[in-house]
Write a protein that binds this ligand. Structure first.
Ligand code: G6P
Ligand code: MG
Length: 217
């Protein structure tokens, strides 16, 4: 019994969601746009370009393509500055244990992320070798909640979407998994991720029995 276990990156494997927030907040502040933690939920799982449009929309700001390109570069440079010293300590609790368990059980393991910075992050944190397949922001044209990123991951693993499980911290990602008819597992708060099939606060509370039940389902 081989299933596809597809992991989002930011906020699921690594604690980078906070850095994305800080970097976007700087852009928003420089434009006098009020941008809260609550607004930030809308940006999780969403591409860089689309995220900027959402922020500009919050402040009703119209901008030229030239300005937008400049802010996108600024945001990414600032974001990357938080990652300079990144190492395996940035891997969220319970993630290594879960990946190892899936490896031991011979399951398909994929990354399904909107980020264009995914590969360097997986390398810096020493976790890249766990992944049989990596699909990231460089490989897809449609952003979550479009299921393209997860469907592509399952396809590369040669496993049916119905036999695929997605771990996500974003509303857009849970919706993408549901649209793809995959099992959706929310990592985070129940109030935000209520559309998920299962919700856990983090990987420390995901035990072997649960993983086994997904494999044999
Ligand atoms: C993930 C994050 C988003 C981020 C997007 C693009 O989905 O949840 O916050 O904007 O990736 O990431 P990138 O590293 O390419 O800017
Ligand atoms: Mg995420």
């Amino acid at each position: 019994n081989k299933k596809a276990f597809i992991f989002d990156l930011d906020g699921v494997i690594v604690d980078t969601a906070k850095y994305h927030f800080l970097a976007w907040q700087k852009i928003a502040q420089s434009l006098n746009i009020n941008f809260t933690h609550e607004d930030n939920e809308l940006l999780k799982g969403v591409s860089r370009v689309r995220s900027l449009d959402i922020i500009l929309g919050l402040g009703n700001v119209q901008a030229s393509q030239e300005d937008k390109d400049k802010w996108l570069i600024q945001k990414n440079e600032d974001y990357l500055s938080y990652l300079v010293d990144m190492d395996e300590n940035e891997i969220l609790p319970g993630v290594f244990k879960t990946l190892q368990l899936l490896k031991d059980k011979n399951q398909g393991i994929a990354l399904g992320s909107a980020s264009k910075n995914a590969r360097p992050i997986l390398e810096k944190t020493g976790i890249i070798s766990y992944f049989d397949v990596i699909v990231d922001g460089n490989d897809v044209t449609n952003a979550k909640p479009d299921p393209e990123v997860f469907l592509k991951a399952a396809q590369l693993l040669n496993i049916d979407p119905k036999n695929s499980i997605v771990f996500e911290d974003s509303v857009a990602g849970i919706q993408a998994a549901n649209i793809a008819e995959m099992v959706s597992v929310g990592i985070g708060e129940e109030t935000i991720l209520h559309e998920a099939d299962f919700i856990f606060k983090d990987f420390t509370v995901i035990d072997e029995n649960f993983i086994e039940s997904l494999i044999t389902k």
